[in-house]
Ligand binder design. Structure first.
Ligand code: SF4
Length: 262
């Protein structure tokens, strides 16, 4: 059954997941090890929305909700994602009243989809909805190696641009950060309301940028007026520079223990 559950991602309070697989097939995905262990257990896709509908009648958000945190929301097709999002969006005013404050319903994907591929009808919108894409590099050759089942980089950028032009609030998740990233250029192309830049990733360290370079790009984008937030792990990595230099960058990246969220 589909339910909103607690999330430990630092900018979220809740996650909304409904698939035990993800067709983006990112080689660095932190869920890969759990999927291997749980292979064959449970339903691959949960389409039972009755529990979610019941939950939404009394649920009080404690902060942002994200669809999704352990699978791409479009991994089981546009139709199911649209049904789930439509249900939550229909209850957002009630949720805001109960919470007594604004929060964001974040959508985060790598599929470059923001409207029905056949009818071209956009996803449901609301003032609390933040439509986002993860972009980890602007180099699509790097993307093909690391995220073979996800949309090309250009497709994600174009989805964000079109959604923004159609009136959606848009955001970017930049995590992990790989070779070929130019954060300022990405921000200029998308004009996001907010960007979260994430921690290093230790499964693909040969492609990962060093924390100082990530931070330099963050500062450059901020200097141009973009709202860019660094996740805790990246901030902490920058504080232990001496230790990292002693063990060497490659070893440090492996031992840093960073993981990706969507
Ligand atoms: S990192 Fe996200 S998009 Fe990629 S496979 Fe994992 S859940 Fe899917």
């Amino acid at each position: 059954m589909v339910r909103i559950t607690p999330s430990r991602i630092e900018y979220l309070a809740h996650g909304l997941n409904f698939a035990s697989f993800c067709t983006s097939s990112c080689v660095y995905c932190y869920m890969n090890r759990f999927r291997r262990v749980n292979l064959g257990r449970g339903k691959p896709v949960d389409e039972d929305l009755e529990e979610l509908a019941r939950q939404l009648e009394t649920f009080t958000p404690k902060g942002d909700i994200m669809m999704s945190t352990s699978n791409d929301p479009f991994t089981a097709g546009y139709s199911l994602a649209n049904r789930i999002l439509s249900l939550v969006v229909s209850k957002l005013d009630d949720l805001r009243s109960r919470a007594g404050a604004d929060f964001n319903l974040r959508v985060l994907s790598k599929k470059g989809v923001w409207r029905n591929p056949i009818t071209r009808e956009p996803l449901p919108n609301h003032s609390l909805l933040l439509f986002g894409q993860t972009v980890t590099t602007l180099n699509d050759s790097v993307r093909q190696v690391l995220e073979p089942g996800a949309a090309p980089v250009d497709g994600r950028i174009e989805a964000l641009r079109q959604a923004r032009q159609a009136g959606f609030r848009v955001w970017l998740s930049v995590e992990p950060v790989f070779e070929g990233m130019d954060l300022l250029r990405l921000c200029e192309l998308v004009e996001p309301e907010e960007v979260w830049v994430g921690k290093l990733n230790h499964y693909s360290s040969q492609f990962a940028l060093p924390p100082e370079e990530i931070h330099r790009q963050v500062e450059e984008a901020r200097a141009s007026g973009f709202v860019v937030r660094e996740k805790r792990e990246l901030r902490e990595a920058l504080k232990i520079e001496e230790e990292r230099k002693l063990v060497g960058l490659e070893t440090y990246l492996v031992e840093a223990g960073a993981q990706c969220r969507s």
